[in-house]
Write a protein that binds this ligand. Structure first.
Ligand code: NOJ
Length: 562
């Protein structure tokens, strides 16, 4: 392999600790539970674990509301447990990347508790306070979790900004002392030996200081603040400062979660010479099929649109920057339910989707359970859901008279709890996740879909992921090869090449439940091919002038030189 940074050659596995593995029977996943599963992750072959927040938190938003950045959430264990996790992970060659949530804290964080005491409190300016306007909130911004983005504070007769829940006040990055405190905290974790950060909504930290009103959508009372908060005036300055003072001092991975970015903007965040971040999670492909109410009014989607989006990013960051590759995470529905077939062809389509993503250029991220083809869940009542975003939206819409059935359907398709049902380890009660009562019910399909079964079947989705992960270690072309889209107008087959020096790989994925026949001669010439990986365990490549693809078939071929 070349001497490129390690994060370009790595595969990351995301753990949502609350739902991963409960070791003490309280129904909530924990750090000792993660330690128990390190062997499992080693077997899979990933290099890096990204932990969703494990910090002390009142859990208004499951840990994305942090009360103390340097303490562990008590349900998850202790700092000693964390140190043990780090040590044991390192012993197995696994790195640990932390979630960094610094757009906001919990309203129970000591800084906020002090800030709200009085207008003169030394920490007052760590947050964003404004006077009301005509007896109402300072501007018309909406919170991302429904309702207004400002909360009135009686004691000081002012409003504070919260782009998420009212228990998640936004930090004021204009304040240099706040920035220094954040950097100090980051160094503290890095000095412990963590291998980097996934930075929560990091492109929202610099706000337009005039706090202008947003444009109101028809029938809405509050406006999306996204245009005024994403990629704000000082964002690059802040990230460069963070890079100079913290990130550049360590050999780490950094990935910024960034709603509302395009390719040009992401180049500015990730081009090596700009010294900001290594890569970004954009949401363009996650927004596929969004309707007038965004994800809640999801419509059907087209493969040509998916290809267009993925290809735009593949080409766009070919020279500058680097892609992160993901199909789902703790905020998104399960990919096999969304872009595959979670019924008849669940296994095959899950492998096809894995081939399609892991064949691309960038750093792949696997979300817990994806490697066994976990699916969406459809609880029958809102009472069974836990996600604040879904619940707030549901309540708001119910007040407007929208029928329950309709709302539940949207939540079934796109709600965040699809990803958060507990990890399915085996076919015993609660899928072996807990001996107690799980904080969120297990998906009822755990008897058929679980790790135990996957490990027992040599041709399971799990072993297919393992194969793809291993290929990244041996196939330089998979890491460094340039991407080239074939058949852009095809609504059934996603095909592309990866080229590195003279080497050419061909990735072909059938996204339908029907057989497909394609001829690649026109684009690739008459060439022999060899199978690198196939979700139907084919060993012989077919001639490129008539490739026959079974439903959801996928493969990667190496083309012989012509
Ligand atoms: C993005 C996180 O992924 C999500 O889970 C969280 O609710 C928001 N940021 C707010 O922190």
């Amino acid at each position: 392999m070349t001497t490129e940074p390690w994060w370009k050659e790595s595969v990351v596995y995301q753990i949502y600790p609350r739902s991963f593995n409960d070791s003490n029977g309280d129904g909530i996943g924990d750090i000792p539970g993660i330690i128990e599963k390190l062997d499992y992750l080693s077997t899979l072959g990933v290099d890096v674990i990204w932990l969703s927040p494990i910090y002390d938190s009142p859990n208004d938003d499951n840990g994305y509301d942090i009360r103390n950045y340097q303490a562990i959430m008590h349900e998850f264990g202790t700092m000693a447990d964390f140190d043990e996790l780090l040590e044991k992970a390192h012993a197995k060659g696994l790195k640990i990347v932390m979630d960094l949530v610094v757009n906001h804290t919990s309203d129970e964080h000591a800084w906020f508790m002090e800030a709200k005491q009085s207008k003169n409190s030394p920490k007052r300016d760590y947050y964003i306070w404004r006077e009301g306007r005509n007896g109402a909130q300072p501007n018309n911004w909406a919170s991302n979790f429904s309702g207004p983005a400002w909360e009135y504070d009686e004691q000081t007769d002012m409003y504070y900004l919260h782009l998420f829940s009212k228990k998640q006040p936004d930090l004021n990055w204009e304040n240099p002392e706040l920035r220094q405190d954040v950097y100090k905290m980051m160094k503290w974790w890095l000095d412990k030996g963590v291998a980097g950060f996934r930075m929560d909504v990091i492109n929202l930290i610099s706000k337009d200081q005039s706090f202008p009103d947003g444009e109101l959508a028809e029938g809405e009372v509050y406006a999306s603040p996204m245009p005024m908060t994403a990629n704000g005036p000082r964002i690059h300055e802040f990230l460069r400062e963070m890079n100079e003072q913290v990130l550049s001092q360590y050999d780490i991975l950094t990935v910024g979660e960034m709603p509302g970015v395009d390719v040009e903007e992401v180049k500015r965040y990730t081009a090596a010479e700009r010294n900001e971040l290594h890569m970004v999670f954009h949401f363009e492909h996650m927004g596929l099929g969004d309707g007038p109410e965004g994800k809640w009014s999801a419509l059907s989607w087209k493969l040509t649109e998916l290809k267009k989006i993925m290809s735009k990013w593949q080409y766009g960051l070919e020279q500058e920057g680097w892609n992160s590759l993901y199909w789902n995470n703790h905020d998104q529905p399960r990919v096999v339910s969304r872009f595959g077939d979670d019924k008849t062809y669940r296994e095959r389509s899950a492998k096809m989707l894995a081939t399609c993503l892991h064949g691309m250029k960038g750093t792949p991220y696997i979300y817990q359970g994806e490697e066994i083809g976990m699916t969406n869940v459809a609880f029958s009542s809102i009472a069974e859901y836990e996600d604040i975003e879904s619940i707030n939206w549901y309540n708001e819409k119910r007040k407007q008279g929208v029928p329950e059935e309709e709302l539940l359907q949207s939540i079934h398709a796109r709600g965040r709890d699809n990803a958060r049902t507990p990890m399915q380890w085996d076919d015993t009660l609660h899928a072996g996740f807990t001996k107690g009562t799980p904080w969120l019910a297990v998906n009822p399909n755990y008897k058929e879909i679980n790790v135990k079964q996957a490990l027992e079947q040599p041709n399971s989705i799990f072993y297919y992921y393992k194969q793809l992960i291993a290929l990244r270690k041996t196939e330089e072309t998979l890491v460094h090869g340039a991407y080239g889209l074939l058949l852009p107008e095809d609504e059934a087959v996603y095909a592309y090449t990866r080229k590195f020096n003279e080497d050419v790989l061909l990735v072909v994925c059938n996204f339908t439940a029907e057989e497909q026949r394609r001829n690649f001669n026109a684009e690739l010439g008459e060439r022999q091919a060899r199978v690198i990986v196939s979700n139907l365990e084919q060993e012989e490549a077919q001639l490129l002038d008539e490739v026959v693809l079974a439903p959801y078939e996928a493969f990667i071929y190496r083309l012989q030189s012509s």
